[in-house]
Design a protein around this ligand. Structure first.
Ligand code: ZN
Length: 107
């Protein structure tokens, strides 16, 4: 993923609107690219900070962003595991169907 791509995805990330592949690439890029992390931090501060200013609660936003990033990483793993599980299940169903078909042939 290029920095241009990553920047385009920042608003989507903040709205939790990325699919697994994009989210995975995005998180990976954020870990390895200080410039984009800085851009993400700024956009996060603007988006969340404006709301917090209204609430009069602006402290620890940076820590919140770190939390958001690690949460996203965790949820991504869960989602990827679910995808994996559905593949396994699908494979299992295919095997069952094949067995049922074979039984049908031989019985
Ligand atoms: Zn970058």
């Amino acid at each position: 993923m290029t920095c241009k791509d990553a920047e385009k995805l920042i608003p989507l990330f903040l709205d939790d609107d990325l699919d697994n592949q994009d989210l995975s690439d995005f998180l990976y890029h954020m870990e390895s690219c200080a410039e984009c992390k800085e851009e993400l931090t700024i956009q996060f501060l603007v988006k969340v900070g404006m709301k917090r200013l209204e609430d009069g609660n602006t402290f620890n936003l940076r820590r919140e962003l770190d939390g958001l990033l690690s949460d996203a990483g965790r949820r991504l793993k869960v989602r990827q595991n679910l995808v994996m599980f559905s593949y396994v299940l699908e494979g299992f169903v295919v095997i069952l169907a094949a067995v049922a078909f074979a039984l049908h042939l031989f019985l």
